[in-house]
Design a protein around this ligand. Structure first.
Ligand code: NDP
Length: 292
């Protein structure tokens, strides 16, 4: 039986609507609209697209957004000074530094300069540290991993003792997803480029999260029948039949895996739309934390 589809686009829309309603309510009560500042350093075209779509999403739900751009040649001090001025700006409740930063800039120090109360991307070392520690609560959880958990728990709310396999250990997706799964009491295996017998490890997974950036790497015979498969990958592959000459695929071979899995997120329309929805939710939370 083909897998059920975990519809990220519909779930994200519901979340955006909830955020819009609460923003409107706050403004009607005389509170300031939540504010998100984005910091874009350099002219990476993909980053420009991501930042633009974040501003558009803010506009749609009534969140004020402020775009700051620095040239590729900006110094470490200039970037950190900008972040510090945003920390002090009362209109700004959330600060997002678009990654990756140009080479030569120390990402950890820039992220560490963000006030943790405004760290809506959840990448401040203190927030990540709290995520990794038992009994500690991060103020914000990174957006893509949080979006994966919302989709997963919409069909499998109880993760107690469930075998979860995460493909990928990056700072922005793989590792924080794995930490969130552990916090939800799943038994977690983290795989990476040195993992042996990957298909065999994956076949044990009740929950399989793929975040490797390799088009359609996960095949049908890697997946346990009935498993929940969360595909984070966004990869362009050539497709001359499409007007743009390419199409987007995930890290999972959808046609094969959807014949075996119980639930699967499509690409596009799965995890992707959830990332921005979680950013809006985090920005609203930052405004609540600032004003009670
Ligand atoms: P990274 O390149 O930072 O990390 C990839 C991870 O996959 C690494 O841990 C790497 O291992 C592992 N890996 C690479 N090749 C293999 C392999 N052959 N077998 C097993 N593991 C492997 O990628 P990101 O985490 O940033 O992104 C992953 C994917 O998610 C990309 O397609 C990206 O576009 C997408 N993405 C989607 C988002 C969304 O909003 N939906 C947001 C962010 C990312 P090692 O550590 O050993 O190098």
């Amino acid at each position: 039986m083909p897998a059920n589809i975990l519809d990220g686009a519909a779930t994200a829309e519901k979340i955006r609507n909830q955020v819009a309603e609460e923003v409107a309510r706050r403004v009607a009560e005389g509170k300031p609209a939540p504010g998100l500042a984005t910091v874009l350093v350099g002219d990476n075209p993909a980053s420009q697209v991501y930042v633009r779509s974040k501003h558009r999403a803010c506009q749609q739900v009534g969140i004020q957004s402020f775009a700051y751009e620095l040239p590729e040649t900006a110094s470490q001090k200039e970037v950190e000074d900008l972040v510090r001025s945003l920390n002090a700006d009362p209109r700004v409740h959330g600060i997002l530094v678009q990654l990756p930063l140009p080479s030569g800039l120390d990402e950890e120090r820039v992220l560490g300069a963000i006030s943790i109360e405004k760290d809506v991307d959840g990448f401040h070392p203190v927030n990540i540290g709290r995520l990794a520690q038992k009994g500690r609560e991060p103020l914000f959880v990174p957006c893509t991993p949080a979006g994966c958990m919302v989709l997963l728990q919409s069909v499998l709310p109880d993760l107690n003792g469930v075998n979860a396999v995460v493909l990928g250990r990056s700072n922005i997706v793989g590792m924080p997803v794995a930490l969130l799964l552990v916090r939800a009491n799943a038994t977690v295996t983290i795989c990476h480029s040195r993992t042996r017998n990957l298909p065999e490890v994956c076949r044990n997974a009740d929950v399989l999260v793929a975040a490797v950036g390799k088009p359609e790497m996960v095949r049908g015979d890697w997946v346990k029948p009935g498993a929940v498969v969360i595909d984070v990958g966004i990869n362009r592959i050539e497709d001359p039949t499409r007007p743009r000459g390419y199409r987007l695929v995930g890290d999972v071979a959808f046609d094969e895996v959807s014949q075996v899995a119980g639930w699967i997120t499509p690409v596009p329309g799965g995890v992707g739309p959830m990332t921005i929805a979680m950013l809006l939710q985090n920005t609203l939370r930052a405004a609540r934390l600032a004003r009670g």
